[in-house]
Design a protein around this ligand. Structure first.
Ligand code: TMP
Length: 210
């Protein structure tokens, strides 16, 4: 049976990742590709419930390790309940965020350490990694400007400027560490240009997998 392809989208807040990944999804649908779109944290009921807890601005006392464990828990459930079954059916799975987000945000933004965060996540994902990851590259300044203009800011959007700079630095390390998996797309261009470029790269990944 043909196995599916797991493609994740990553980038700091303000990189336009959600708009771009949804745009790519719609273009794939128009081309008749057997694709699903999902997101982390969330994508299924249990994980969406966990998402609400993590991102609720009133949860100011949440400990960093608790936060990391909740992301890993939601990831586990989403992987076994939605991602793996879809891949087993031969679908292309486009997922807005995956484990790299935890390495950047909790590992570097919260200073828990990339290796520490990797170890709790590996318990959750058992070494299961995306085929490829589209990384939306944006400067810390531009990303921060875009976050500032948001009407509703969730608990992580409300973090300090330094937190977002540390996340961005974290992503730089992760892109380097996993360079064979990473496909870098310049996210500073217009939304349409970024969607076109990301779609092109996704089609290349699909064709390369045969
Ligand atoms: P979103 O805005 O892309 O939907 O993601 C929600 C927030 O959760 C965003 O600020 C990034 C953050 N996040 C982490 O800190 N760790 C993770 O593992 C994931 C998946 C998201």
């Amino acid at each position: 049976m043909k196995k599916g392809i797991f493609i994740t989208f990553e980038g700091p807040d303000g990189s336009g990742k959600t708009t771009v990944s949804k745009g790519v999804y719609n273009k794939c649908l128009e081309m008749g590709i057997d694709v699903i779109y999902t997101r982390e944290p969330g994508g299924i009921e249990i994980a969406e419930e966990i998402r609400k807890i993590i991102l609720d601005p009133k949860n100011v006392t949440m400990d960093s390790k608790t936060e990391a464990l909740l992301y890993a828990a939601s990831r586990r459930q989403h992987l076994v309940e939605k991602v793996k079954p879809a891949l087993d059916e031969g679908k292309i799975v486009l997922c807005d965020r995956f484990v790299d987000s935890s390495l950047a945000y909790q590992g570097c933004g919260r200073h828990l350490g990339i290796d520490e965060v990797w170890s709790i996540n590996n318990f959750a994902i058992e070494g299961f990694m995306p085929t490829k990851t589209i990384y939306l590259d944006i400067s810390a300044e531009e990303g921060l400007k875009r976050i500032e203009s948001r009407e509703f800011k969730d608990r992580l959007d409300q973090e300090t400027t330094q937190f977002h700079i540390d996340v961005q630095q974290g992503y730089k390390q992760i892109v380097e560490k996993f360079k064979d998996r990473m496909v870098i797309v310049d996210a500073s261009k217009t939304v349409d240009e970024v969607i076109d470029e990301a779609t092109k790269r996704v089609l290349e990944i699909i064709h390369a997998q045969g």
